[in-house]
Design a protein around this ligand. Structure first.
Ligand SMILES: NC(=O)c1ccc[n+]([C@@H]2O[C@H](COP(=O)([O-])OP(=O)(O)OC[C@H]3O[C@@H](n4cnc5c(N)ncnc54)[C@H](O)[C@@H]3O)[C@@H](O)[C@H]2O)c1
Ligand SMILES: [Zn+2]
Length: 362
């Protein structure tokens, strides 16, 4: 088991990464001394199967809990679903001393986290991620959001959780495609920040894909540690934290153009990284070695098997909507070399289109 601290000023907390953490989490939840039952939000299909052991552990620890289920996947991140969470919080009389636990992937964490951020102007939130992606990425950093028809993650808040418990045991039931989606974010964080982690991944990818326990523990520990460091130094993304958006300018646009929920977040990000990697090279910023290494890792992880089915027009429109594109210019995070990236780089739109056409066969 590992404990990694996230030293956000005024909101320091810890991530616990390990196996069979339900009892440990229950004890920590007991110490939070919530005024009312703890509200556990989960989804009804995937993550939901892990609720019972957690509720049992809470019972043994003498903590009462209420459960509220939301739809699985991106369908959870909607205004209507958010409003059902508010309804449940109201029904259970959760006040400012309340605690909300998100047990689920990034979608549950995002919508329930936003509910926690806004209920009575903010109650305590504990993240219990159940997907690889949520463990290494979305549970860390305090970003919460829902989608609107006009765009993904358009309404949100930064609200740091008080604790994060990443129980790798949950990953046993995760579908292969979801597991690979998490590998995209792991590959991303290694490429932008830590060359030795990229080397480790190149050697250990087969073990990781086979869900070897020590390999999963090491990969999640390292990815969490990198994100924790970046978030601690720049909690509000006024600078360095933007490197974590590598692959996301095109990734988000692909998710939107394909229709929310059609393409997994990590799959979209993997294609976005392919585009950003080539742009790094063609705009003179990157190295062929970095792009080759990235391509090999994504390919071996099975993330480039199916090209997203989107039209040029839809993708263009989606890119214009992206928060990172401003008045004509498209901004990218570019890879300088393995383990180092720059953010806020303006790239010639013609070059972007040529690259998109090549990478995505548009
Ligand atoms: N807040 C952030 O900083 C941040 C960062 C990255 C991504 N995100 C968001 O996260 C979302 C994607 O999250 P995700 O990839 O975790 O997807 P997800 O939450 O949709 O989960 C994927 C699927 O796996 C199922 N599932 C979850 N845990 C399971 C388990 N243990 N066993 C079996 N099935 C399980 C879910 O029911 C769902 O069908 C996107 O909306 C993305 O925008 C947020
Ligand atoms: Zn992401």
């Amino acid at each position: 088991m590992h404990r990694i601290s996230i030293d956000v000023p005024g909101a320091a907390h810890e991530v616990t990464v390990g196996f069979h953490l339900a009892n440990l989490a229950a004890q920590a939840l007991r110490r939070l001394a919530a005024s009312r039952p703890i509200m556990v939000v989960s989804d009804s299909v995937g993550a939901g199967r892990h609720i019972d052991p957690l509720i049992e552990a809470l019972k043994s620890a003498g903590v009462s809990a209420a459960v509220h289920l939301v739809p699985a996947g991106e369908a959870a991140k909607e205004l209507g679903v958010l409003s059902t969470i508010y309804g449940a919080l109201a029904d259970d009389g959760i006040d400012r001393e309340g605690v909300l636990v998100s047990l689920g992937g990034g979608c549950v964490g995002d919508v329930a986290g936003f509910a926690a951020a806004t209920w009575m102007r903010g109650i305590r939130h504990v993240q219990m991620p159940t997907t690889l992606l949520a463990m290494v990425d979305s549970s860390i950093g305090g970003k919460t959001a829902i989608n609107l028809p006009a765009g993904k993650n358009l309404v949100g808040a930064v609200h740091q959780p008080v604790a994060i418990f990443s129980d790798l045991e949950y990953l046993e039931t995760l579908a292969d495609a979801e597991f690979r989606s998490g590998l995209a974010e792991i590959t991303k964080v290694a490429l932008v920040a830590d060359r030795s982690f990229v080397d480790w991944l190149s050697v250990n990818l087969v073990a990781l894909l086979g869900r070897d326990k020590p390999a999963m523990l090491e990969a999640v520990r390292r990815a969490v540690a990198i994100k924790a460091g970046v978030v601690s130094r720049d909690p509000h993304e006024t600078g360095e934290r933007a490197i974590l958006n590598y692959g996301h300018t095109v990734g988000h646009a692909l998710e939107r153009a394909a229709g929310f929920g059609r393409l997994r977040h990590g799959e979209a990000v993997a294609w976005g990284m392919e585009v950003a990697g080539r742009l790094s090279l063609s705009s003179g910023a990157g190295t062929p070695e970095a792009v080759r290494t990235q391509h090999a890792l994504l390919q071996r992880a099975g993330l480039l098997a199916n090209r997203p089915e989107v039209t040029r027009a839809d993708l263009w429109q989606a890119l214009r909507h992206d928060k990172k594109s401003q008045a004509g210019a498209l901004r990218f995070v570019l890879l300088r070399e393995i383990g180092r990236a720059d953010y806020g780089c303006e790239v010639d739109p013609n070059l972007v289109w040529d690259t998109l056409a090549k990478v995505l066969s548009l």
